[in-house]
Design a protein around this ligand. Structure first.
Ligand SMILES: [Zn+2]
Ligand SMILES: [Zn+2]
Length: 392
């Protein structure tokens, strides 16, 4: 079962759809045009139901197999994310973003199109028994759209036995698939540190309480959290990414603001790491006579953990589509994060990576989804449904 013939025949149409999404990128929870176009396409395909406005701009298309709806055990969910990024596109291409400062730099335009390609094929053939929920999710890029859809009753309204997702992977050949059982992507959250001293003239530091050396000492001390406090067998990252203070060369600022991210493959470890961060910040600040606060953002993404059985199954499907030589089990986990993790907390789930060829990296202003990969992704989705819900 390599690339399905009807999907190969639809390649030009899928390219057009993908490039249209690329021209019209929308940020998280603002995917109004995108979700409208998706819903229209699903209606045109003859879907049994199309529900919109789930978790904000989310869309779920419902497709039943040849013997009508399936129960929870005979239903699965396939998920694609829809949102773009606040990046100014530097590609000089005909389908360049028409929205200044917004760009599909993570290939979610391609994810939507691959899922629509699979949907179109399956709506024609209905070569399965049960129900498939095609989930088009808002706000993956930091907005936790997956969580929003789940909190809006996703799994009560569309009960299913497993959830599958896919992300394109720059640097891996087109038509190749990569996965692993267990943790694939990291848990991630953000912190903000506020420091308050007493500003004044740069020539009179003795009359001020300068937050800048205090901030510098905190940045240095935070390097010891992972190096000295986390079990070396558990990968973790604490990175300070922003340090803002002052506006003039001759003024000691009143305040300083530091921000950063924590990553690991163990949500529980984050709680321990935060305890270390707080201890260091408060005590270093106290030593500098500075008032400090540490804020942990609500925007937490848990680690993405692939279910062993769902992963073995997904890899078997990928081998049928792409050939065993193009399917790689045991891919190295990445410190990137994904809100697909929220589905995986609720249901057996597998997140697959699909080759995007030698493109620029994800989130790069010259990135573009590789249209050559679409037929592979759409065929994977179709084969996955036909194999998960076989006609009896
Ligand atoms: Zn991204
Ligand atoms: Zn992405």
């Amino acid at each position: 079962m390599p690339v399905a013939n009807s999907i190969a025949a639809a390649a030009d149409q899928l390219r057009e759809w993908r490039q249209d999404f690329h021209r019209h990128p929308e940020l998280g929870y603002e995917e109004h045009r995108t979700s409208k176009v998706i819903a229209e396409r699903l209606h045109e395909m003859g879907f049994d139901a199309v529900e919109t406005g789930i978790g904000g701009t989310g869309v779920v298309g419902v497709l039943h197999g040849r013997n009508g709806p399936g129960d929870e055990a005979r239903s699965i969910m396939l998920r694609a994310d829809m949102d773009a990024l606040p990046i100014h596109e530097l590609n000089d291409i005909a389908h360049k973003s028409q929205t200044e400062g917004t760009m599909h730099a993570c290939g979610h335009d391609g994810h939507v199109t691959m899922l629509l390609g699979g949907a179109q094929h399956l709506a024609r053939t209905r070569a399965f028994e049960g129900s498939v929920y095609f989930c088009f999710q808002p706000a993956e890029e930091g907005g936790a759209g997956a969580k929003a859809m789940i909190e809006d009753g996703l799994f009560e309204r569309f009960p299913c036995s497993a959830v599958y997702g896919m992300h394109n992977w720059p640097g891996a050949p087109v038509g190749s698939f990569h996965c692993r059982s267990g943790p694939l992507m990291a848990a991630s959250d953000e912190f903000t540190i506020r420091l308050k001293g007493r500003g004044g003239h740069a020539a009179k530091p003795d009359t001020c309480i300068d937050p800048v050396p205090c901030g510098a000492a905190i940045v240095q001390a935070l390097q010891t959290v992972v190096a000295r406090r986390v079990n070396p067998i558990s990968p973790a990252v604490v990175t300070v990414t922003t340090f803002q203070a002052g506006d003039a060369f001759n003024v000691i600022p009143e305040t300083a603001l530091l921000g950063g991210t924590v990553r690991s493959f163990d949500s529980a470890l984050h709680t321990q790491i935060y305890a270390h961060i707080e201890r260091i910040v408060y005590q270093v600040a106290a030593a500098h006579d500075i008032e400090a606060s540490v804020e942990r953002s609500e925007k937490f993404y848990p680690e993405t953990v692939n279910d062993a059985e769902a992963t073995a199954f997904s890899l078997a499907v990928a081998r049928e589509v792409a050939g065993a030589e193009n399917v790689h089990d045991g891919v190295e986990p990445t410190m990137g994060s994904e809100d697909f993790s929220y589905y995986a907390l609720k249901k057996p789930a597998c997140f697959m990576l699909i080759g995007n060829g030698e493109s620029a990296g994800l989130h790069h202003p010259r990135y573009d989804f590789n249209d050559e990969g679409t037929v592979w992704g759409a065929s994977y989705w179709s084969a996955l449904v036909e194999k998960a819900l076989p006609v009896g």
